[in-house]
Design a protein around this ligand. Structure first.
Ligand code: 6PG
Length: 468
């Protein structure tokens, strides 16, 4: 008998935890995994929730277990596996059933899937989910793209399972077709920038100030009660206080310094470039991960060039306060850029993205959750059409209060050969953005010189050429 109200396909960590979260919230959920042993394992671990879980060993049984019209969450590896799963489900599903891709899909794939399913009678939703395993189990941030009527049909269950910020659900409909997955991609791009800047500040403390992991942890822990209060700062201090049971050393000191990446950061940069919106902090963070992966080349280069002597070391609380402010200033630049990219995409794809709402649903559940996002939500609620976050009164004040520290930290790091590409990108971005007369007049002259590309004059209308 069909009694499940919703289905989940893909019982990896995220899928299993989402299914348990759904059951925990009083919904009956049907589950299916391509590997049957995984489905059985999941059923065994469902414990007291098993009354509300129907574990199915075939796709046919899975579809039959859900009451029509069926909402089905697909949580499989992004890319080809999603297409395969949709193809397998299509002949079994009925008109009005809803397919929800909850993976980290490239929004361009999501747009394609929307067109492919058009006219099929099936409804499609592209849903960004953030919060890692814990979020999936206890409340993630949920970013939905699709039609508004489709969202209304799944809204009760999605708001029930989402994280809550002071009682407000962190789940929202953000726009048509690829809107949800696009916003999730930018969330991840910002996540990359946040993480990179934290790592750069850690590098200054470790390699310039000579601090050990527990002392650095103490600094992050103190910051977590100030303006940087966020999940990423919290976990950083936790990570830095963890010891490796094998070597007895702080675990960070035995971890290889080469960062992985699955694609969302890179997609953020690609899309920002396509739209011509600078996202320099995200670019720097993605590039830093790529450089981190070149371990052998880095070792050879260090052997060839050595490392600069650490000179002019400024000690004491003033330096730590500068680092805190520099991180805050860098964060403002990264978020301003991420939101500007979303604003451009909103125009480009006709999504009408609700900026304040996006900031609101990122306040809890997701990886970049923070107090800071509440301030962004307020800034956008007050000025929905703001062109750049840095121009809102509260963020302009924040920049003025932190700008000097950012400059001191970046210049000190540069003088001492410490890589701070994301923080430095924030200085460059801000200095370029706030300068009314830049230097592109020379670039235009060069373009005209070698390619007759023409330029505009300050004192006359029309296109002109130089006397070369
Ligand atoms: C989240 C995370 C999540 C995942 C990323 C990591 O919001 O919950 O961003 O989506 O951890 O895929 O991405 P990288 O492997 O590219 O760092």
């Amino acid at each position: 008998m069909a009694e499940a109200e919703i289905g989940v396909i893909g019982l990896g960590t995220m899928g299993s935890n989402l299914a348990l979260n759904i059951a925990d919230n009083g919904y009956h959920v049907a589950v299916f995994n391509r590997t049957t042993s995984r489905t059985r394992e999941f059923a065994e671990t469902a414990g007291p929730l098993s009354d509300r879980v129907t574990a199915c060993e075939t796709l046919e049984a899975f579809v039959a277990a859900i009451k029509p019209p069926r909402p089905v969450i697909i949580m499989v590896k992004a890319g080809e596996p999603v297409d395969q799963q949709i193809a397998a489900l299509r002949p079994l599903m009925q008109s009005n059933d809803i397919l929800i891709d909850a993976g980290n899909a490239n929004f361009r794939d999501t747009m394609r899937r929307f067109s492919e399913l058009e006219g099929s009678g099936l409804t499609f939703i592209g849903m960004g989910v953030s919060g890692g395993e814990d979020g999936a189990r206890n409340g993630p941030s949920i970013m939905v793209g699709g039609t508004e009527p489709a969202w209304r049909r799944v809204e009760p269950v999605l708001t029930a399972i989402s994280a809550k910020y002071k009682g407000e659900p962190c789940a929202a409909w953000l726009g048509e077709n690829g809107a949800g997955h696009f916003v999730k991609t930018i969330h991840n791009g910002i996540e990359y920038a946040d993480m990179q800047m934290i790592a750069e500040v850690y590098g200054v403390m470790r390699d310039h100030l000579g601090m050990d992991a527990p002392s650095i942890a103490g600094v992050f822990s103190a910051w977590s009660t100030g303006p940087l209060d966020s999940y990423l700062i919290d976990i950083t201090s936790e990570v830095l206080t963890a010891y490796d049971p094998k070597s007895g050393q702080p675990i960070v000191d035995v971890i290889v310094d080469a960062a992985g990446q699955k694609g969302t950061g890179r997609w953020s940069v690609i899309e920002s470039q396509i739209m011509g919106v600078p996202a320099t902090a995200i670019e720097a963070a993605v590039a830093a991960r790529s450089l981190s992966a070149m371990r052998e080349q880095r070792a050879v280069a260090q052997a060839r060039f050595g490392l600069p002597e650490q000179s002019e070391r400024r000690e004491g609380q003033a330096v730590i306060e500068d680092l805190e402010k520099a991180l805050l200033a860098g964060k403002v630049a990264a978020y301003a850029q991420g939101f500007a990219v979303m604003a451009a995409a909103s125009d480009e794809f006709g999504w009408n993205l609700p900026m304040a709402e996006i900031a609101r649903i990122w306040r809890a559940g997701c990886i970049i959750r923070s107090q800071f996002l509440d301030e962004i939500a307020t800034a956008y609620a007050e000025r929905p059409d703001t062109g750049n976050l840095v121009m809102t009164p509260s963020f302009a004040t924040k920049i003025e209060a932190t700008d000097g520290a950012l400059r001191r930290v970046v210049s000190q790091a540069v003088l001492n050969g410490l890589p701070v590409p994301a923080l430095a990108s924030a200085v460059g971005y801000f200095d370029s953005y706030r300068r009314a007369r830049g230097t592109a007049n020379l670039v235009q002259a060069q373009r005209d010189f070698f390619g007759a590309h023409g330029f505009e004059r300050l004192d006359e209308e029309g296109e002109h050429h130089g006397p070369w």
